[in-house]
Design a protein around this ligand. Sequence first.
Ligand code: ZN
Ligand code: ZN
Ligand code: FE
Length: 323
Amino acid sequence: MSELRWNPILREWVATATHRMDRPQLPKDWCPFCPGSGRVPDDYDVYIYPNDFPTFRMPPPKPSMEGTGLLQVAPSAGVCDVVLYTPEHDTTLAQLPVSHIVKLVRLWRRRFRELASMPEIHYVFIFENKGEVIGVTMPHPHGQIYAFPYIPPKVQRELDSAQEHYESTGRCLFCDVMEEEKRDRRRVLAEGEGFFVVVPFYARWPFEVHITSLRHMGNIEEFWEEEIQGLARILKFVLLKYNNLYGFSFPYIMVLHQAPTDSRDYPYYHFHIEFYPPYRSRDKLKYLAGCESGAGTFINDSAAEEKAAQLRAVPPHTLEEVD
Ligand code: ZN
Ligand code: ZN
Ligand code: FE
């Protein structure tokens, strides 16, 4: 059973996907993503693999029941991809050379374009869940792409604020926030190669990091060649800093926030990437507890300025050190 159920109280869709209960949990003896599995090419650099347990698919299955006026049901139309970062099973994105990460950025771009061209797809969501504490079920280095039939609510909220700011000031909200962060400097980790890296003023997670394109643009399709190369280096810069913080491979959620692909124009939206690492210190995890889950307010037990200083203190110190 796989369908969208509408919550009229929170005004959001919940995707039900009961078949996902059957997913393998960290299989030790076999990996479908490794060359030789019969499921992927014997020779690849980076590869799009159709998710075996998709939340969205095309064509979608018929919903299991009919909705009512209030409790609506919709087919879970969309696409779920697994993005294989490398044929090597025992590595991570942070350990790959920048030249290889460039191939990943190109693949994201190509797949974004393909999915964006599908009329049913209103939002292309590229992300990675990394680490067992995040709930990763397959250890092979990979990310995912969910192509949604609607604009997901967190992005919609960003769009609404950006639109309002644009209409009242004529400027981009993301550009304006970036200018304030640049003036302040205390939370900045890097600037260069076409991107700006910061622990945002309003970080929810202690080590939350945002990467924003210096140029005002809505999605990865608008990248110049230098920005493709630059993003690869910037990504590795952030991931190496994370790993060097406590000397272990740092778990995180990474999400790309881009303009929707529903054929409307979003001149006020601005490409950025957000990282949410669950650790708040070497051996303590942050959980989404009552206040976060029940009230929607995050309690961050550290100041973004301190965490930025901590991240600045560990290598790499400059973008040039990363290759
Ligand atoms: Zn593998
Ligand atoms: Zn902007
Ligand atoms: Fe965002």
